[in-house]
Design a protein around this ligand. Structure first.
Ligand code: 5GP
Ligand code: ZN
Length: 112
């Protein structure tokens, strides 16, 4: 499959891996928007949040829990932000769902 994040999960494209288990893979974003900026993706290809099914609810929770656990390792105790972009107007550029996790700087609201 011609999917960038499937290739990263498979090890065909290198990435700075933070964590992996049977369901999820986490790695540093190549274009960090904060001192800490990593991505959590499911190993199975799911193109957008709209493609999540009933059976994926536990997986989505596991992604969120993985994000939270990694922030503790990366020194984000003062706070962090989790973002998922969906489709073009949501700002999605890679069509394999991913949680952005940003930390170690002050976040602002509303986001751009
Ligand atoms: P999106 O815009 O789809 O929400 O986020 C895609 C993210 O993937 C961007 O933050 C971008 O910097 C990151 N990204 C794109 N290509 C690569 C890559 O080859 N390696 C890594 N580690 N991150 C990437
Ligand atoms: Zn994929």
């Amino acid at each position: 499959m011609d999917c960038l994040f499937c290739k990263i999960v498979a090890g065909d494209i290198p990435a700075r891996k933070l964590y992996e288990d049977d369901q999820v893979f986490a790695f540093h974003d190549i274009g960090p928007q904060a001192p800490v900026h990593f991505l959590v993706v499911p190993k199975r290809h799911i193109a957008t949040l709209n493609d999540l099914g009933e059976d994926d609810k536990a997986l989505a929770g596991h992604m969120l829990f993985t994000a939270q656990r990694l922030t503790k390792e990366l020194g984000c105790d003062a706070g962090f932000r989790v973002v998922m972009n969906c489709n073009a107007q949501g700002g999605q550029t890679v069509y394999h769902i991913h949680m952005h996790v940003l930390g170690q700087r002050q976040m602002h609201w509303p986001p751009g």
